[in-house]
Design a protein around this ligand. Sequence first.
Ligand SMILES: CC(C)(COP(=O)(O)OP(=O)(O)OC[C@H]1O[C@@H](n2cnc3c(N)ncnc32)[C@H](O)[C@@H]1OP(=O)(O)O)[C@@H](O)C(=O)NCCC(=O)NCCS
Length: 161
Amino acid sequence: MKTKKQKSECVSSWEIVFPNDANAHGTMFGGKIMAVMDKMAGIAASRYARHLVVTASTEWVHFKEPVRVGERIETTARVVWVGRSSMVVKIDVMAENFLTGDRRHCTTAHFNMVALDAEERPVRIPQLLVETDEEKRDFEIAEIVKKKALERKQSIDATNR
Ligand SMILES: CC(C)(COP(=O)(O)OP(=O)(O)OC[C@H]1O[C@@H](n2cnc3c(N)ncnc32)[C@H](O)[C@@H]1OP(=O)(O)O)[C@@H](O)C(=O)NCCC(=O)NCCS
């Protein structure tokens, strides 16, 4: 069956970083940033696939700069690669000082998401339409991310056997 290719849309959200989101040094917990990214990856992937989705793995998570209490964070997520039932979602977290408008790129990551049917089995989803130079670059990087993720899954599965 040939399915029509489709574009992916960027989704974004804003949060305020409160003291209970942060450690004793006043910087946001990595786990809290992961939770925000996971939520946004799920929204981007489910809107693309129009199916229930789950997170299969998180890849290339890089906490480049700390996020501080009081800052606003903007999280953006977009499906950048699609397989049969799986998607790679690229996520970026920017911190903004609302007084000055200064922005920093704090975290970047790729999440592997899988679309499921009503019986919670992986389901075929539409292929991704890749057009712009940025989309092509993101697609090529995501292909590497996906390959590495499957290699690691194989090693983990072999170790746990
Ligand atoms: C993710 C999950 C559905 C995969 O199930 P599975 O039986 O291994 O499925 P398959 O081997 O048929 O793989 C299905 C797809 O998932 C992809 N996949 C599975 N594990 C993956 C991983 N660790 N990293 C990247 N992709 C993965 C496969 O590449 C395949 O993609 P394709 O259809 O595009 O070729 C299953 O492991 C699961 O339900 N895990 C729990 C998810 C969860 O609870 N997440 C946290 C809360 S959302």
